[in-house]
Design a binder for this molecule. Structure first.
Ligand SMILES: Cc1cc2nc3c(=O)[nH]c(=O)nc-3n(C[C@H](O)[C@H](O)[C@H](O)COP(=O)(O)OP(=O)(O)OC[C@H]3O[C@@H](n4cnc5c(N)ncnc54)[C@H](O)[C@@H]3O)c2cc1C
Length: 386
């Protein structure tokens, strides 16, 4: 897949997809981004548009209502959306790679038949409930419990920072919970919790620094009773299964971050050509031109990293280290480029109506969510045998 980079040309079906999503991002998403950001409102009309295009079904087989594409196709779509609006991009990323993917990877036939068509159509969303108040980077510290009672699991506990968990179209949250002890260690399993289940509450949304149009809530579970058949995957494998989902998700987040980094380059090139100071366009100053050249290099290197990780994953080869590298360099590229773009825009860069100011606020979370930069370094070091 890295050949695409050196030739600069993707195979036609990928290129067409990227161009279609680019057009959608510019025509449909960009005009409403500032409004949803300012109002902290979930962009239902944009999500419906993405659903109509089949984006929520991109990497899933047609038998489950998907488009029959692959994970790289999803990444290309996320890169194009991430250039323009990170909230919209993360809504798709979380909907597909964290919402539907655990069911596709680990669900039984009944669970797949029941949930996947709703989720791949984009008419329903599912959340991924791993993080808890006392279990973030150390996600194995899960305290939420699920106790067997007759034919049910009874769940008690809390999750925090869960994306897509409280929208009008959220139907499901998949949660990790302690289901017992094996060999003196916590046994962690994953369980499907429909959001209509009594005792499940999506608490009021967070007031975030960025990603304002993305939906994020703390969740509480008080004697939430679901059938035993809602166990997702093997009992006791829940934590390991979620880690596999996060490995994949890091490639998708990297693609989103590359979009953000590239969006900052594109905006800066345009602005540096137009904005006049001291009798010439500011881009005529080498200090500005070099800054933008470095931004372009960061975006390019990060793109190479996520293409490589996606290629390994699709080839069925080990991709954990490549995914962590991609996630780390892409999120740092997004944050660095957002800072530089804001500087190039001067005072306008500090005004919320400019896309670069939104990237400045939005990009920080890329270095935190789906594993912080420090966690990526831990994973890379571990893969090196350290
Ligand atoms: C907007 C948003 C959306 C999110 N969506 C989801 C979601 O959908 N589902 C979900 O389950 N979670 C979600 N999260 C949670 C996110 O994945 C966690 O916030 C993240 O993993 C970090 O966990 P924490 O916040 O508990 O930080 P902590 O784990 O408390 O870490 C605090 C700091 O300590 C550092 N640190 C911790 N341990 C070490 C160590 N051993 N060595 C060096 N440094 C260390 C961390 O890198 C970090 O800098 C979301 C978070 C946000 C903000």
């Amino acid at each position: 897949m890295t050949d695409y980079l050196s030739t600069g040309s993707l195979p036609d079906e990928y290129r067409q997809l990227a161009l279609t999503v680019r057009d959608f991002a510019q025509q449909v998403v960009a005009p409403v981004s500032a409004k949803h950001d300012a109002e902290h409102s979930f962009p239902y009309e944009v999500v419906a548009g993405m659903a109509d295009m089949g984006l929520f079904g991109l990497p899933f087989p047609e038998e489950f209502g998907g488009m029959g594409g692959d994970y790289f196709a999803l990444c290309l779509a996320l890169e194009e959306l991430g250039k323009v609006d990170q909230s919209v991009a993360i809504t798709l990323e979380a909907g597909v790679s964290l919402g539907a993917m655990p069911i596709y990877r680990f669900g039984n036939d009944k669970q797949k038949t029941e949930w996947l068509p709703q989720l791949t159509s984009g008419r329903a969303l599912a959340g991924f409930g791993l993080t808890e108040p006392d279990a973030g980077s150390d996600a194995g510290g899960t305290r939420t419990t699920a106790v067997e009672d007759g034919e049910s699991w009874v769940i008690n506990g809390a999750k925090q920072f869960i994306t897509n968990s409280g929208t009008d179209i959220t139907r499901l949250v998949t949660v990790t919970a302690v289901t017992g002890q094996t060999g003196g260690k916590k046994e962690i399993s994953t369980i499907l919790v429909p959001t209509t289940t009594p005792g499940f509450v999506a608490e009021p949304a967070y007031n975030k620094v960025g990603w304002n149009a993305s939906d994020t809530h703390p969740l509480s579970f008080t004697d939430v009773r679901v059938p035993k058949e809602n166990l997702l995957g093997e009992r006791g494998r829940g934590y390991a299964n979620f880690l596999r989902i996060l490995d994949e998700g890091r490639i998708a987040i990297a693609a989103l971050a590359v979009g953000a980094a590239q969006g900052c380059v594109d905006e800066s090139v345009r602005y540096a050509g137009e904005r006049q100071a001291f009798g010439q366009a500011i881009g005529r100053n080498q200090a500005i031109a070099f800054k933008i050249a470095r931004m372009e290099a960061r975006a390019h290197v990060a793109r190479t990293a996520y293409y490589d990780a996606a290629a390994l994953m699709l080839a069925g080869k080990p991709f954990k280290k490549a995914a962590s590298i991609a996630k780390m360099v892409a999120s740092e590229a997004a944050m660095d480029n957002a800072r530089d773009a804001t500087q190039i825009f001067g005072g306008n860069g500090f005004m919320n109506e400019y896309p670069v100011s939104r990237h400045y606020r939005d990009s920080k979370i890329l270095e935190i969510g789906e594993g912080t930069t420090e966690v990526q370094l831990m994973l890379i070091a571990r893969e090196l045998g350290l």
